[in-house]
Design a protein around this ligand. Sequence first.
Ligand code: MN
Length: 231
Amino acid sequence: MSQLFELAPDPVLEMTGSDACFPVGRIFCVGQNYAAHAREMGFEPQREAPIFFTKSPAAVCHSGSTIAYPPGTENCHYEVELVVALGKGGFRVAPRDALGLVAGYGVGIDLTRRDLQNTARGNGHPWDTGKDFENAAILAPLTPADRFGEPGAQPISLTQNGEVRQEADLGQMIWSVPELIAELSKLYHLAPGDLIYTGTPAGVGPVAPGDRLVGRVEGLVDLTLEIGEPE
Ligand code: MN
């Protein structure tokens, strides 16, 4: 049967050192996974359960882009994060088996309309408009897992116009990468193509037109993003 119209194709990510690209499936994200960031947001860090939310593939923006300052916000924040890219699926995965699902890792920015997120949170409403919008899931090219090794204490940072705004290491995550995969797999049948944004360290702040952001995780490809004028 013919279709009434064609949808935009789902995004794909470059995989360093590979001719094959990584097709993006679902995008899972984790909130408050670094204690100092939880505190700067006004919360006490907790280990009861990870805070998961999602973005749609339509939110993907590739590193190296210049994006318009997002609509509907006056307080749009950067959040640099390690992104885990799954090459295999799993359900109720044990933490010791979890890294076996990972195809690669990348640097991401979870761009956030903080004003909309905070208003939603205050009203007990969903975060979607604060988190899942066009160009809100910025991604650098991936690095294969066997090249990166296991997530440990690699430094993670973000600079804004050359000034360091976020600086931490991956060992400061409250929920480790294997734990996040295991927890998420209690809620979803994880599948190849799924991405997990693993949370941001302290130092989040607003972006402005003219900004140049650089996100880094040692061992991965740098992410760059420029912010243009609003549309
Ligand atoms: Mn985040």
